[in-house]
Every structure is written in C-alpha cells, then in structure tokens.
Design a binder for this molecule. Structure first.
Ligand SMILES: *Cc1c(COP(=O)(O)O)cnc(C)c1O
Length: 400
C-alpha cells in the first residue's frame, strides 16, 4: 500500500510540532541593524551574522545602486555563458588579493560553494574527513560528491590523524574539511594541527571560514591570518559574503589549478545564474571597508570581551570561546525555547538553537554580536539573562 506524500507530510509536521522543533521565519521591517522591528515588535537583535555592521552601510548600498544603473538587475545567465560581468571579474581579483591566493571564484551561496567543491574534487573512491560539528552544507556536500565520508570528533586532530592512517590507499585522494570558526559554538578548529596532518599524509585541507573572514586577524583575513597559515597549508579556502561582508554569495580561493578545476567541473558553479552585478559591486565596496576600518573589529572584540566576562560571572558560556558567536548551553529544547521567549518579552531577540541543528541535549541560546552593537545593549542582555535564568541552570554560582 502506498502512503500519500500529503499524509506523510502531515504526520511529520505533527511530530515536529509535538517535539518542540517547529520553525517559522519572523518578518523583519527595514534593514539589518541591532535595533529592529520584527513581527511588529521593537527589539535589540543578537542573532545576525552581520558581524561588522556592513549589511546596511550607506557606501555599500550606494555601490549596489550605481551598479544597478550600469548593469541592471539580473545577471541573465551563468558565469560561463554571459552572466560574468566586469564587476564579477574585479571582485574575484579583489578576493584573490585579499586572501593571498592566486585566484578566487564566485558562487551564488556558501551552501552551493561547499557542494560544488567536494563534488568537483572528490570521486567515489576518495575520502573526505569532516569534523562532526561541520556546517550542514559540508555534510551534504560529501553526499553529493558520493565519496567516502569519515567524521572525526569535534576539534580532535588526533582522531582525524588516526583516520588518515586508516584510509591511506594509493590512487585515492583525501580531503580534510572543517569550519574555521564553528557556526554554533563559536570555537576555532585546530587548524595548525590539521594543516600539519594534511601535509604529512599528502592530503588537502579545506577551511570554510564563513565566520572567520572579516572578523579575525588584524586585517580581517580570518582564520588563516589569525593562526597564521599559508596558502599551501590551506589549499582550499571558502568564504561567504553574506556574513561579515554584509552582502550575499560566496567564493573559493586557491591555486590556479584549483580554480580552473572548479570552473570546469563544479556543477553548482556551472549550472546556475551568476549573482547580480550589483551584489558584486556592493561586495567590492564592503570588502574594502572591512579591511580598512579595523576599528570595527576592535569594537567587536571589546564587546565580545564584555559579554564573555559577564557570562562567566553568571556561571555561563565558555570562556575559551573568543569569537562573536557565544553559546549559552541550556540542555533541553523546552528550557532554551522558554528562555528565548522570556528574553523576547523583554525586547531582546536571541534565538534558541535546538536539535537537530545542534546535538541532542545541547539546546542553547546562540548570541551573536556585531560591531553595530553598543556596550549598553550588551549589558542589557546580560542583565536580562541574569534575571530570567533559573539559578540551578548555572555551571557554578556567581561569585557574589
Ligand atoms: C552560513 C554558512 C554557510 C552557507 O553560506 P550561505 O552563503 O549562507 O549559503 C556555509 N558554511 C558555514 C560555516 C556557514 O556558517
């Protein structure tokens, strides 16, 4: 007997609702900014990836507007047909220079870039080693590639090393893939150790630096500048443009051979429409601002320090995490949702992140900060968490 798709969907939707896993978008009025009106409610938002506060920057918007006049709205075709404008070419050159790589290639989204890289580089007999907490797009990418997949314990280079030993086989390639800064926990991958492993075993290392680029390093060069690591230690660098750079899209940077390989073989590059030229023009502008205005990183860093210190005093958070992503792990989906709802009542938008986005038992509040936040806003958040969180949920009681 067959089950109708309609019937199965209804059952699954019912189960998701019952499990407290229902998701729905909120509707935002106006641009990305800490103070915003969402679902008709005025809030201070702590959930944007607009880390440098560039998503609505007037200069970025003006660059897009000027390019709209010159190029119109739609790119009209894929890069390899005739959607690749002068602005796209210039942005690729800028990104190559910014990352210190020979070349860079634009993709429409980070999700597609990750799918396209693994699919283009790996075949059925090759192996990808993934951190267990890698972004969903990297996990899905190994499925599209149809390669063998091993997942090593989070942040555990030794475990990855053991897997490399176990998968050595002539004629087959290995790729280690990791987030640079993990999207849910905000911690760094052990990149120097992974890079050394990759070199020792003749494998390649790919870093998805969606949350590192623009944010880490003196010049915003991301995880590779932070550690630092050379282009030959990280042969495949993927970055997104919708986070710190405040626009949309993504890129992969690396050697001429890598980029030529992706151009010829990456299905998510070949079979999709190029991003609008206006987006590329806006990104050229925001990339320049992100590099030049290092005060944005300095202010963000000081806000992160303030938040970490406050959370530590409340017996919350992980003081080892120094990125603008700060998680307050609460355990159950029910408690995380209740806290998020209570904060929203106070005009503070902090999302509850629940399984399956994070592992079972690690439902949490995920706070992200931006250079556009003020110290007062961070203090208000800390105050509210202190007032609303049950005492028995803290790892250790406050010192005073
Ligand atoms: C956001 C994100 C992506 C996806 O990028 P989009 O451009 O939003 O599709 C990929 N990897 C990581 C780690 C991310 O945080």
């Amino acid at each position: 007997m067959t089950v109708s798709i309609e019937q199965r969907l209804r059952e699954r939707l019912g189960a998701a609702r019952a499990a407290g896993r229902w998701r729905a978008p909120r509707t935002l009025e106006g641009p990305q900014s800490p103070e915003q009106v969402i679902d008709g409610r005025r809030v201070v938002a702590f959930c944007s990836n607009d880390y440098l506060g560039l998503a609505a920057d007037r200069r970025v918007v003006a660059a897009a507007r000027a390019a709209l006049e010159d190029y119109g709205m739609g790119a009209g075709a894929a890069h390899l047909v005739n959607g690749h404008t002068r602005v796209h070419a210039e942005l690729e050159d800028d990104l190559a220079e910014f990352t210190g790589r020979e070349r860079a290639l634009l993709f429409s989204t980070g999700y597609m870039a990750n799918l396209g890289v693994l699919q283009a580089l790996l075949g059925r007999h090759d192996t990808v080693l993934e951190d267990r907490l890698n972004h969903a797009s990297l996990i899905d990418a190994s499925r599209l590639a149809g390669c063998r997949t091993r997942r090593y314990r989070h942040g555990d280079a030794e475990h990855a090393g053991a897997m490399l030993e176990a998968t050595a086989a002539r004629q087959h390639s290995r790729l280690i893939v990791t987030d640079g800064v993990f999207s849910m926990d905000g911690d760094h991958a052990p990149l120097p150790a992974l890079a050394a492993l990759a070199q020792r075993h003749g494998a390649w290392l790919m870093v998805d630096d969606a949350h590192g680029l623009g944010v880490l390093g003196e010049g915003g060069g991301g995880s590779c500048e932070h550690f630092p690591l050379t282009p030959s230690e990280v042969p495949v660098l993927m970055g997104t443009l919708g986070k710190a750079f405040g626009t949309a899209g993504a890129f992969v940077a690396g050697s001429r051979t890598l980029i030529e390989g992706l151009t010829q073989f990456s299905r998510t590059y070949i079979y999709t429409t190029a991003m609008p030229a206006a987006v590329a023009a806006a990104t050229r502008q925001s990339l320049a601002i992100a590099q030049r205005e290092s005060w944005r990183r300095a202010h963000l860093g000081s806000l992160v320090g303030r938040l970490r210190q406050g959370l530590t005093q409340l017996g919350l958070g992980d003081p080892g995490v120094v990125s603008p992503i700060q998680s307050v792990i609460l355990g159950t989906s029910r408690l995380a949702t209740a806290m998020a709802d209570a904060l929203l009542e106070q005009g503070l938008l902090v999302p509850a992140i629940r399984p399956p986005t994070v592992p079972e038992g690690s439902a949490r509040l995920r706070i992200t900060l931006s250079a556009a936040h003020t110290e007062t806003q961070v203090d208000r958040l800390l105050d509210a968490i202190d007032r609303l969180l049950p005492r028995d949920r803290r790892a250790h009681p406050a010192a005073c």
